[in-house]
Write a protein that binds this ligand. Structure first.
Ligand code: HEM
Length: 331
C-alpha cells in the first residue's frame, strides 16, 4: 500500500518520537508543568527562602538529597521513602543515616505545591527544583530545570550503600562510581564544587587529622594551620557528630572558593583534597581552571547538574506522582 505523503510524514514523525523517547532523556523538558503548574518553581523557591531564615544550611542539605537520589536507581525520589512493610528505606543506608537532612522541608514544599496543583508535580522534580533554588539563593548560578520525572514505587537501600561515593574510598573508586551513572571527570570536579556550602561531621574526615592511613601522622596534604583548627573542632575521642564548614572561607555562599581552598590544601574531606593533590590526575587542571574563573565553574556546574538530573528518570506512565513524598500512593 502506498501512503499519501502527509500521512507518511505523520507516521514517520510518530515513529521517530517513540524511538527517541525510549532511548534518551529527551522527554524531560523545562516546560513540563507550564500549563499544569505554572508557578511550581516560585513555590519551591519561596519555601526554601523561608526555611533559610532559620536554617542557613538547608539549601546545602537539599541539593545533597538530589545527588543521593539520582545516584541510586536514577532521579526518582527513592531516597524520600520511609520504611514500610515492603520498603527498606535508603535513609537508613550508611551514606544517609544520621547525615542526610531536609526531609521536613521537602514535605513542606510538597504540601505547598499540592495546594496549588494537586496530584501533578513529582517528588523527584521537587528535588531537582530545590537544588536549583538552593544554589541560586546562595549566590550561585540559576538554570532552567528539566522536568517530567516521576516517582518510584520502590527504594534500594543496598544500592545506596554501594553507589554513593564515600569520602575515604579514593579518587579512582569515586571516578568509577560517577562513570557508572554516566558522569565524567569534568562532572565529578564541577559537582564536587557543591561542597562550597554546607557542613560535614567530624566522623567523615577525622581519619585525616591524627593517624592518616596508619602513618601515625595527619594527612600531609592538609594545610598546617587548617589542621590545627580542625583538630580543635574534632578532638581525638570527641564527638563524631560535631560539624565543620565544608568551605572554611565562605561557609554558606555558592562560589568558586572551594577550588581555591583545594589549591591551598584546605579541602575538608579526603575526597575533596584528592581532586587537587593526586599527582598526575586529570582533575588538577580542572580545579585550577575553576579556581581562576568562577564563570567557567558556574557554566560547568549547571551542565553537570543537568547531566546528573538526567540519570535514568521514570517518565511517561512509569512510576507515579506520589501524593506524600514519604510513601507510595495507596500504602
Ligand atoms: C564526589 C563525591 C562526594 C563525596 C565523597 C561526598 C561526601 C560528602 C560527605 C561525607 C558529606 C558530609 C556528610 C555529613 O557529615 O553528614 C557531604 C556533604 C555535602 N555534600 Fe557531598 N560528597 C560528594 C559529592 C557531592 C555532590 C555531587 C554534591 C551535590 C551536587 C554534594 C553536595 C553536598 C553538600 C551540599 C553537603 C553539605 C550538606 C549539609 O550541610 O547538610 N556532594 N558530602
Amino acid at each position: 500500500m502506498v501512503l499519501p505523503s502527509t500521512l507518511y510524514h505523520v507516521v514517520a514523525t510518530l515513529f521517530l518520537a517513540l524511538t527517541l523517547s525510549e532511548t534518551s532523556n529527551a522527554q524531560l523538558n523545562a516546560t513540563f508543568y507550564a500549563n499544569s503548574c505554572p508557578n511550581v518553581s516560585t513555590i519551591v523557591r519561596n519555601v526554601i527562602q523561608q526555611s533559610l531564615q532559620s536554617d542557613s544550611r538547608i539549601g546545602a542539605s537539599l541539593i545533597r538529597l538530589h545527588f543521593h537520589d539520582c545516584f541510586v536507581n536514577g532521579c526518582d525520589a527513592s531516597i524520600l521513602l520511609d520504611n514500610s512493610g515492603s520498603i527498606q528505606s535508603e535513609k537508613d543506608a550508611a551514606p544517609n543515616n544520621n547525615s542526610t537532612r531536609g526531609f521536613n522541608v521537602v514535605d513542606n514544599i510538597k504540601t505547598s505545591v499540592e495546594n496549588a496543583c494537586p496530584g501533578v508535580v513529582s517528588c523527584a522534580d521537587i528535588l531537582a527544583l530545590a537544588a536549583e533554588s538552593s544554589v541560586s539563593l546562595a549566590g550561585g548560578p540559576s538554570w532552567n530545570v528539566l522536568l517530567g520525572r516521576r516517582d518510584s514505587l520502590t527504594a534500594n537501600q543496598g544500592g545506596a550503600n554501594t553507589s554513593i561515593p564515600s569520602p575515604v574510598e579514593g579518587l579512582a573508586n569515586i571516578t568509577a562510581k560517577f562513570s557508572a551513572v554516566g558522569l565524567n571527570t569534568n562532572d565529578l570536579v564541577a559537582l564536587s564544587g557543591a561542597h562550597t556550602f554546607g557542613r560535614a561531621q567530624c566522623r567523615t574526615f577525622i581519619n585525616r587529622l591524627y593517624n592518616f592511613s596508619n602513618t601515625g601522622s595527619p594527612d600531609p596534604t592538609l594545610n598546617s594551620s587548617y589542621l590545627i583548627t580542625l583538630q580543635q573542632t574534632c578532638p581525638q575521642n570527641g564527638s563524631g557528630t560535631t560539624l565543620s564548614n565544608l568551605d572554611p572561607t565562605t561557609a554558606d555562599g555558592f562560589d568558586n572558593n572551594y577550588f581555591t581552598n583545594l589549591q591551598n590544601n584546605q579541602g575538608l574531606l579526603q575526597s575533596d583534597q584528592e581532586l587537587f593533590s593526586t599527582s598526575g590526575s586529570a582533575t588538577i587542571s580542572i580545579v585550577n581552571s575553576f579556581s581562576s574563573n568562577q564563570t567557567a565553574f558556574f557554566q560547568s556546574f549547571v551542565q553537570s547538574i543537568i547531566n546528573m538530573g538526567n540519570i535514568s528518570p521514570l517518565t511517561g506512565s512509569n512510576g507515579e506522582i506520589r501524593l506524600d513524598c514519604k510513601k507510595v500512593n495507596g500504602s
